[in-house]
Design a protein around this ligand. Structure first.
Ligand code: CP
Length: 301
């Protein structure tokens, strides 16, 4: 599971359907088939995470599997060990799959080329974050069904966002209309070639939107912050607040992958309000990760 770029609509829908089935079973834990009973999952995160790492741990546990988290900051990576050597050494300890988050795009792909373990990309540089996009799409489908011709606006730091790229690939494959919106300095040149429209006026972008997926400013990835608006200016121009929602369709739904920065890309009344589905995304993330683990390394796989 390296990205959504090369997945078909059938493959995306298979994962999401399986996730919906798991979600229905959440209230009856005993009925979930323990398909990972003899499996141990490794998580190898070179960048911080709250939601992704935790939900892979919980997902594996709900399927009867075990997990081991390598703390990269306390590992031999700090002594210069390469990703390939790290993965090869951990592989011989008997893990079935490894979940990798890395600051370099392509790192999970490189690992996959050098291990027999299943590799799951938990976010690589600006490239992809496939399970995040799957849970975003699942959440959209939960509230509005088929996404064919639904308009999704992705607003924020598109240039540095792996969530944006995976959403674009997955949503395009499912026939949604995707628009990106943000400061010109944070929208990569040629993004239209990904099959999206570019809007610089947020009000215009939101006017006919069904969903807005709000991205955090990825300050840690921005090489030249001179071209980045201040937090206050960013909120004035691109922040999602009640005033903007009042001018959009009344059933516009607000998504955010987290972590949120209140009063920057999203106001507190919206982050805690009725039109956001942010915590539902987290619930769906657990179901998506169960589905991905079961499909990759479950008993029937
Ligand atoms: N959305 C997301 O990837 O969150 P974490 O960084 O907390 O895993």
């Amino acid at each position: 599971m390296l990205g959504l770029k090369d997945l078909s609509a059938k493959q995306i829908n298979l994962i999401i359907q399986e996730a919906f089935t798991y979600k229905k079973q959440f209230s009856a834990l005993g009925r979930i088939k323990k398909s990972l009973l003899d499996k141990t999952l490794l998580t190898l995160f070179y960048e911080p995470s709250t939601r992704t790492m935790t939900s892979f741990n919980v997902a594996a546990g709900r399927l009867g599997g075990r997990t081991h988290n390598v703390s990269v900051s306390a590992s031999s990576v700090q002594k210069g060990e390469t990703l390939i050597d790290t993965v090869r050494n951990l592989e011989v300890m008997g893990f079935s799959a490894v979940v990798i988050r890395h600051s370099h795009g392509g790192a999970p792909q490189l690992a996959a080329e050098n291990t027999a373990m299943s590799v799951i990309n938990a976010g690589d540089g600006f490239n992809e974050h496939p399970t995040q996009a799957l849970l975003d799409i699942m959440t959209m489908q939960q509230f509005k069904g088929d996404l064919q011709n639904k308009k999704v606006v992705i607003v924020g730091d598109i240039a540095h966002s792996r969530v944006a790229r995976s959403n674009i690939w997955g949503l395009n494959t499912l026939g949604a209309q995707v628009a990106v919106c943000g400061p010109a300095t944070l929208i990569p040149k040629g993004i239209e070639d990904f099959g999206v429209t570019v809007e610089h006026d947020l009000g215009r972008a939101l006017a006919d939107a069904d969903f807005v997926n709000v991205l955090r400013m990825q300050y840690e990835r921005q090489a030249n912050q001179n071209f980045i608006p201040s937090k206050r200016e960013y909120h004035r121009l691109f922040g999602i607040n009640e005033k903007r929602l009042a001018k959009a369709k009344p059933d516009l739904l607000v998504l955010h992958p987290g972590p949120i920065n209140r009063s920057v890309e999203i106001s507190t009344p919206v982050a805690d309000g009725k039109q956001n589905v942010i915590l539902e995304q987290v619930v769906n993330g657990l179901a998506i990760r169960m589905a991905v683990l079961n499909l990759l390394i479950g008993e029937k796989a």
